[in-house]
Design a protein around this ligand. Structure first.
Ligand SMILES: [Zn+2]
Length: 343
């Protein structure tokens, strides 16, 4: 009988665990209508509730299936986090391919464009490691924002004085902050030439006050990730190529589905990659997106992925603590002891 119960529990744990390993959206998400703004908080509350259930079964799954080797459970989580990263790298690649297909771009010009993007990005990432002469930090940006931002930049090997930080002097309800970057080029001849020169990149803040430090961290981490991925360089160089070789203006491109797909993929990366770098950032990102969507780009599906990453980090921390306490049995004894002392 005991064996039967154990087998039954193991099967349930395994089934739920395996379902949760997938990087695809789960079945219940299909019932959630997207882009219905007024229902967003309710939909995210439903997702969060499901994630709690999932967390519970993931713990059982890990403890049953990996009871003799906690390290393998931790490795499994690392592989899942990596699979999520790969998924979102792929989304950007597909979006780039869609732009090429949409405008039937010549193979040679397109590969030159991708090479220029890669070259300028690499050059900029090197420049970002040291302070730059013309970079400045606006005194109108609050000290709290500066502290959070500078900590994040340093953690990611970016010198805080390699970029400028400014407070916008106009109102913009749609934006909280924005990373801006440009390139040096000449397009007065037949060939467009893009130079690998670093132009001071900038993070501009629109929100003046934010009482919630977790939300502030999420906003700063989003912009720092744009800098780390050099997203604005990709967008800028594609616009330059399409204008120079195909007379397609930036306005036309901004209204094009394929280009918007690229922007969406990069906005997703800005949050998913930042969450994959740091468990606390993942927690803050998930908290923020539980209540606020990013109009036109990030909705319930995005919250699902952020809350999954947050759940995986927390599960990982739990498994490390189990391992540190000498395995499942010793950990359970220690927790019981703590509980008894508390009672
Ligand atoms: Zn963004």
């Amino acid at each position: 009988m005991k064996k039967l119960i154990l087998l039954f529990s193991a099967s349930i744990g395994l089934l739920i665990g395996l379902q949760a390993f997938s990087t695809t959206i789960p079945w219940y998400m299909k019932d959630i209508p997207h882009m219905t703004h007024h229902l967003y908080p309710e939909n995210c509350a439903t997702i969060k509730y499901r994630q709690h259930i999932r967390t519970f079964f993931r713990r059982i799954h890990s403890l049953i299936v990996h009871r003799n080797n906690i390290d393998s459970a931790i490795q499994e989580i690392d592989a899942e986090l990596e699979a999520i990263r790969a998924k979102f790298i792929n989304k950007e690649k597909k979006a780039l391919q869609k732009i090429k297909e949409k405008y039937d771009l010549d193979n040679h010009i397109w590969s030159q464009c991708l090479d220029d993007i890669k070259r300028v990005k690499q050059h900029n990432l090197t420049s970002l490691k040291s302070s730059q002469q013309n970079a400045s930090h606006d005194e109108n940006v609050s000290q709290e924002i500066k502290n959070i931002l500078c900590d994040l930049l340093k953690q990611n090997d970016i010198h805080p004085l390699s970029i400028s930080v400014t407070m916008a002097d106009s109102e913009n309800n749609a934006l909280e902050a924005e990373a801006v970057g440009s390139v040096v080029y000449t397009d007065d001849q037949e060939t467009l030439i893009i130079y690998p020169r670093y132009v001071i990149q900038e993070i501009t803040f629109w929100m003046k006050n934010c009482t919630n430090s977790e939300e502030l961290l999420a906003i700063c981490a989003h912009e720092v990730e744009h800098i780390l991925q050099q997203h604005m360089i990709t967008r800028r160089i594609i616009k330059l190529y399409l204008r120079h070789y195909y007379t397609i203006s930036a306005d036309i491109l901004n209204g094009c589905d394929a280009f918007n797909r690229l922007i969406k993929a990069q906005e997703q990366q800005a949050e998913i990659f930042a969450a994959l770098r740091d468990p606390h950032v993942a927690h803050c990102m998930a908290l923020k997106r539980k209540c606020k969507y990013y109009p036109n780009y990030l909705y319930e599906k995005h919250y699902y992925y952020l809350s999954t990453i947050d759940m995986l980090w927390k599960l990982r921390t739990y498994l490390i603590s189990v391992k540190d306490h000498g395995g499942i049995v010793d950990d359970a004894k220690m927790r019981c002891k703590k509980l008894l002392n508390f009672i």
